[in-house]
Design a protein around this ligand. Sequence first.
Ligand SMILES: *[C@@H]1O[C@H](CO)[C@@H](O)[C@H](O)[C@H]1NC(C)=O
Ligand SMILES: *[C@@H]1O[C@H](CO)[C@@H](O)[C@H](O)[C@H]1NC(C)=O
Ligand SMILES: *[C@@H]1O[C@H](CO)[C@@H](O)[C@H](O)[C@H]1NC(C)=O
Ligand SMILES: *[C@@H]1O[C@H](CO)[C@@H](O)[C@H](O)[C@H]1NC(C)=O
Ligand SMILES: *[C@@H]1O[C@H](CO)[C@@H](O)[C@H](O)[C@H]1NC(C)=O
Ligand SMILES: *[C@@H]1O[C@H](CO)[C@@H](O)[C@H](O)[C@H]1NC(C)=O
Ligand SMILES: *[C@@H]1O[C@H](CO)[C@@H](O)[C@H](O)[C@H]1NC(C)=O
Ligand SMILES: CC(=O)N[C@H]1CO[C@H](CO)[C@@H](O)[C@@H]1O
Length: 492
Amino acid sequence: MELQARILVCLMVLFCAIAASDVVRAGSIGFCYGRNADNLPAPQVVAQLLQKEGITKVRIYDYNTSVIQAFAGTNIEVIITIPNEELSNFQTEAPADQWVNNFVAPLYQSVRITVISVGVEVPILHPDSAALVLPAMQNVHTGLTKANLSDQIKVSTAHSMAILKTSFPPSSSTFNDSLATTFVGPILDFLKATGSFYMVNAYPYHAYMSESDSIALDYALFDPKDVVVDPNTNLSYHGLLMAQVDAVYFAMEAMGHGELSVMVSETGWPRAGDADEAVANVQNAATYNNNLLRLVLNNTGTPHRTGNPLDAYIFSIFDEDKKPGKSSEQHWGVFDTTGNTFYYLDLTDADQGNGSSPQSFNGTGSTWCVANPSASNQSLQVGLNYACGKGNADCGPIQRGQPCFIPDSYVNHASYAYNSYYQRSGDNPAACDFGGTAIITSENPSYGSCVFPADSVGYLASINGKSSSWRIIPCNIMGRCLFLLTFLLSML
Ligand SMILES: *[C@@H]1O[C@H](CO)[C@@H](O)[C@H](O)[C@H]1NC(C)=O
Ligand SMILES: *[C@@H]1O[C@H](CO)[C@@H](O)[C@H](O)[C@H]1NC(C)=O
Ligand SMILES: *[C@@H]1O[C@H](CO)[C@@H](O)[C@H](O)[C@H]1NC(C)=O
Ligand SMILES: *[C@@H]1O[C@H](CO)[C@@H](O)[C@H](O)[C@H]1NC(C)=O
Ligand SMILES: *[C@@H]1O[C@H](CO)[C@@H](O)[C@H](O)[C@H]1NC(C)=O
Ligand SMILES: *[C@@H]1O[C@H](CO)[C@@H](O)[C@H](O)[C@H]1NC(C)=O
Ligand SMILES: *[C@@H]1O[C@H](CO)[C@@H](O)[C@H](O)[C@H]1NC(C)=O
Ligand SMILES: CC(=O)N[C@H]1CO[C@H](CO)[C@@H](O)[C@@H]1O
């Protein structure tokens, strides 16, 4: 081949790689982290759990510092919330600026905060506060703009499906008349002007429970055999959730806002309930959430917006024993408090939307050695004693008052000490054992100002090559590139 031709082919390959990584964005899955419970693991442990599972998005319902800080130094994107009761504190610019400057901006240096949800389902849950939502959104956005953070952090607010007057057929859906022009319209204008998106909490479970005579359970659970056709558009819906999301799209279009995207900020299925909630069971929860994962990660969008990646957050990481209401309300959890799922859940590619994976975190190929969170305290104490004693690990940062002392737990302190020992041994895997209480990870365990040292090239990376972050390039893009390449080669 001529040199020029070779260069051309190389450029072509490069172009295809870049095009693929730019164009392709599959839908992504996040998890809601409800904490209305008295038995949950520490936020730090939860952050480790999500990283271990390859979950890169989380939504919390307040702006609790210690919870947010637990995600520092991870690749997990965090949606934080200004709770409904606090909207009145954000009605003028000064306090919103202050909140952004004193709270959001410092945390943003180490935590990937991506969205601030200003209130949750306000017009339905607290109709009297509806007028507080937009001013608070505007003031927070203004504060972010002044702090140069408005590109990185979007402001939105989550609505329930109850804000729609009708939702079927999706194509005839509209917003509640009494809220449409006064409440929804100005918010949609704001979302458009600020490059944000619409958040909807959509629950086929609730729809089914209130209309079980007209909604088939299989349809609510995404059974492909159960198809519902919108008579106006002839679009086929395999799954009620997709019809709900399209209902929101159509309602927004009716308001002149066809350009906005919808994020499913909550969905899921309870795994247990009262006697009259028999469909709240493990099998249905597993079916719903696995189908949801598959559909969202498959990048098929909704029938009305095919190819428009749909991001969805599964409610919830854990059961919440303090949540009021029927028994189902306390059983939305996917993970038990030891970090195991209650049922099989296929989280493979859960991080696909971002193109990064736990193995490729930060792209450096570094590895760290940390304590296994399921090891007993007693055995961690033994390992800790060895590492900090004979092992000569650097245990200064885990002393009281030092950056890695908090969280004050065996698992955290052992992690730091184990990693120090492991790094000093030159990433020798044999040095990450400690009686089986240690594990090698490619996820940087650093948080806040607690930095876990690492070498630039790790052992795991070099043995299994998992350090690169190539994502799967879907056939259509790959096919297009192969075609171009073949075409190019045929010209040589
Ligand atoms: C923040 O969350 C942590 C962990 O759930 C909890 O212990 C603490 O009380 C919370 N702080 C506030 C101010 O709510
Ligand atoms: C925001 O960016 C502008 C222009 O780059 C700069 O002058 C200003 O100091 C920045 N403000 C803050 C709070 O970082
Ligand atoms: C519309 O919203 C108003 C105010 O929140 C509420 O009173 C009314 O019941 C809603 N209408 C429908 C049809 O949901
Ligand atoms: C839907 O399908 C029916 C039957 O095939 C057809 O008559 C009708 O024109 C179609 N409507 C649209 C909007 O495509
Ligand atoms: C993804 O979508 C395509 C097209 O609808 C379908 O053929 C394929 O089976 C889906 N894959 C998965 C894993 O669901
Ligand atoms: C990746 O991790 C290494 C090792 O901890 C660190 O030095 C580097 O700054 C990190 N890079 C990014 C982009 O976070
Ligand atoms: C282990 O120690 C931590 C504090 O480091 C404590 O919170 C936890 O309850 C202990 N676990 C057991 C099983 O004793
Ligand atoms: C789609 C998506 O969320 N992409 C993000 C993945 O993570 C990188 C940083 O690692 C962000 O820049 C992308 O926006």
